[in-house]
Design a protein around this ligand. Structure first.
Ligand SMILES: O=P(O)(O)OC[C@H]1O[C@H](OP(=O)(O)OP(=O)(O)O)[C@H](O)[C@@H]1O
Ligand SMILES: Nc1ncnc2[nH]cnc12
Length: 176
């Protein structure tokens, strides 16, 4: 087991029966693991000409700021409804355990900007696809997506790849 894998805690049946919850709070409490995760999330995209990192509320924000600084990019927040003060576009999506909505400021990404999507975890990909759709509606080129954890069997990585978006995950868990 590597340092990152050791730093993640797994909780069975949270928040609902049958879900193996991969908890990154223990990872970010560990300074070495947190720094290593941020470095590894950014490293493959150092020369990709990324102009905006699009991070997803709430856990994506923890890593998104550090990755944006590392890449010399701006940081854009995809937020839950009622949190952004200016004009937004919004999209609803399905989660592994429920339904939600994401919003983006309409002027957060300019047409043609190269975007890296960033989140702590991808499961079904509903969240990442909703953020991608919003960014593409604003004219973004969503080049790639970077995650601390992926649960490939739930299909999210494949959904992004089918849209021609390069994917990168630091840890993959099978059997979820
Ligand atoms: O690939 P998916 O099936 O869409 O699931 C992944 C999403 O679920 C979690 O967020 P959650 O909605 O629980 O919100 P949080 O970050 O505010 O805790 C996680 O941080 C991802 O954003
Ligand atoms: N299994 C899981 N663990 C942590 N966060 C999640 N978000 C969606 N599925 C999750």
């Amino acid at each position: 087991m590597n340092r990152l894998e050791q730093a993640i805690t797994t909780i069975s049946d949270y928040p609902s029966p049958g879900v193996q919850f991969r908890d990154i709070t223990s990872l970010v409490e560990n300074p070495q693991a947190f720094a290593e995760a941020c470095e590894q999330l950014a490293a493959p995209f150092a020369d990709a000409g990324i102009q905006k990192v699009l991070a997803i509320e709430a856990r994506g924000f923890i890593f998104g700021g550090a990755v944006a600084v590392a890449l010399g990019a701006g940081m854009v927040m995809a937020r839950k409804p009622g949190k952004l003060p200016r004009k937004v576009i919004a999209q609803t999506y399905e989660l592994e355990y429920g339904k939600d909505m994401l919003c983006l400021h309409v002027d957060a990404i300019k047409p043609g900007e190269r975007v890296l999507l960033l989140d702590d975890l991808i499961a079904t990909g509903g969240t990442a696809m909703a953020a991608t759709d919003l960014a593409q509606k604003l004219g973004a080129e969503v080049v790639a997506a970077s995650f601390v954890v992926a649960l490939p069997e739930l299909g999210g990585l494949g959904r992004l790849q089918a849209r021609n978006i390069q994917t990168h995950a630091l840890l993959e868990y099978e059997g979820d």
